[in-house]
Design a binder for this molecule. Structure first.
Ligand code: FE2
Length: 206
């Protein structure tokens, strides 16, 4: 007899290491912290919710678009001339000493991402497996604390639950989060799956 457990279907989390990136020096941190913040669940988030559209954040928006394009082309194997993921909203998060961010997902978004401008020692983002029914937790739900460092960019399915643990901090943890949505032409007319998402602009006001 043999009993096997087959771990079907891994969950992709895209981790881009950019230790020499410019966006974790003093200048960028000052720029991030000069914005207005409001209390969020367990931490702070910027009042501005389109940070990547501010003129002096354009470099970072271009970096994000490059990474999104690579995922669409190399991972999803889609034609970038027909379909793209674009940033819909972007905001800054600050965790001070002893603060946390509770488990959540991002609604109305395909992929979400986080760019780390400042991190503490052994900092991380905790991902929780969304294949388990959280309403009846009769077994422990698997979680993984993915380590993060200054300069890193992490991208993941917006429906993947994530959180930041309470931590003792000497410095503020500063990150920029963003959501995305698909734009362009998807599916096929013959397969009755065709959608031209650009067309929505023409039929909905505002
Ligand atoms: Fe989040």
């Amino acid at each position: 007899m043999q009993r096997n457990t087959v771990p079907l279907f891994a969950t992709p989390v895209f981790v881009i290491k950019r230790p020499n990136a410019k966006w974790h020096n003093e200048e960028w941190l000052d720029k991030a912290l000069s914005l207005q913040y409001r209390k969020n669940s367990g931490n702070w988030s910027s009042v501005e919710t389109n940070v990547l559209d501010l003129p002096d954040w354009k470099i970072l928006k271009d970096v994000v678009q490059t990474e999104l394009d690579l995922i669409v082309k190399d991972f999803y194997k889609l034609d970038l001339s027909k379909v793209k993921l674009v940033v819909t909203q972007s905001w800054l998060n600050v965790n001070n000493d002893g603060e946390h961010h509770p488990i959540h997902t991002h609604t109305n978004s395909m992929l979400s991402g986080v760019i780390y401008l400042n991190t503490g020692e052994e900092d991380a983002i905790r991902f929780t497996d969304n294949k388990f029914n959280t309403r009846i937790s009769f077994i422990p739900i698997p979680t993984i604390n993915q380590p993060v460092e200054k300069g890193d960019i992490i991208l993941f399915d917006s429906q993947l639950p994530h959180s930041v643990d309470v931590a003792k901090r000497k410095e503020k943890r500063v990150s920029l989060s963003f959501n995305t949505f698909v734009m362009g032409k998807l599916g096929s007319k013959d397969g009755l799956t065709f959608v031209n998402i650009e067309n929505v602009k023409g039929v909905i006001n505002g």
